[in-house]
Design a protein around this ligand. Sequence first.
Ligand SMILES: *[C@@H]1O[C@H](CO)[C@@H](O)[C@H](O)[C@H]1NC(C)=O
Ligand SMILES: *[C@@H]1O[C@H](CO)[C@@H](O)[C@H](O)[C@H]1NC(C)=O
Length: 347
Amino acid sequence: MAAAAQRERLLSWLVALALCAAPARALIDGLYCGADVCYDVLGVTRHATKAEIARAYRQLARRFHPDRFRPGAAEPPGETRRSAEEKFLLVATAYETLKDEDSRRDYDYMLDHPEEYYRHYYAYYRRRLAPKVDVRLVILVTICAISAFQYYSWHSSYNEAISYLVTVPRYRIQATEIARQQGLLSRGREKGKNRRSKEEIREQEEEVIRDIIKNKIDIKGGYQKPNVSDLLLCQVLLLPYHLSSYLAWNLSWIYRFTVCRQEYGDPEKLYIIRRYMKMSQSQFDSLDEKLRESFLEKRLWIRENYEVYKQEQEEEMKVKMATDPRMKRYRRWMKNEGPGRLTFIDD
Ligand SMILES: *[C@@H]1O[C@H](CO)[C@@H](O)[C@H](O)[C@H]1NC(C)=O
Ligand SMILES: *[C@@H]1O[C@H](CO)[C@@H](O)[C@H](O)[C@H]1NC(C)=O
């Protein structure tokens, strides 16, 4: 159940916002070459041979070697001692990653499958820690690293969303209104020595508006407020608890409704309907309240009713597809051009 919730969170889509989802990042800070592609660091292509990689590494390592920065030595142009040291380390990391065939295979896999980030963390730490370290410790380190990554990336997506919302006039105006009502915008009240500069006042107002938007808005999907209990580490720790509470809930269900033949209450009815519709809890929750009530009115928790309803929905969809001009255009396009050809007709 915890894994399902985790997946749900990762796959959950943006409901309240029309922001484009950030693409899955292939490159993760802290793994391999961080935000850089190891191949680019060495200036080689993905098809480079081992010998080419070694040659590129030797050239770059020589160029950025700390010894070149001894007093009196000729520095590589445009580098300070510090930046050269960083480059030297990065070049060494890139070489470490690519010189070994297994490690290179893991890395290529990561570039091609950015979404499987649990796996990349595990592959990374297994290669660095095992077999010197117990595999259980490798798993623990992996889980902690993933949790840190989740925490960081959830925070930055959330802040990104808030920074975006602050610029949307509709939210900005509402937030300013609330701030004014609460007396949080103290423009022009101060006199004398304590008067702050215009810049300071503006910054503070910005901060107030941001806070109000944070508190008032309920962002759902991938940009929601980060919640520590969703981190992988907490999910793993809470797994026994989640499992046992699920078991207890399931058993009580069987006892109440199968053994004692009690009537279903509304939450149970909605649960059954959601199961029929194969929706996650958050998807179902984001449906319109009225729509959910209409499910109850139609008594959809009874299988036969649900089947009839589903049939109706499918029919309606077919009619829509047949009459919607956009769908007509799409079908014509499929017939004439087919999906095989790439066209850029702005339809
Ligand atoms: C975090 O999630 C848990 C369980 O999903 C929930 O009970 C709790 O209220 C959430 N906390 C915050 C601060 O949203
Ligand atoms: C209880 O668990 C069984 C086995 O996993 C499952 O088939 C059943 O649907 C569960 N009951 C409820 C109410 O979810």
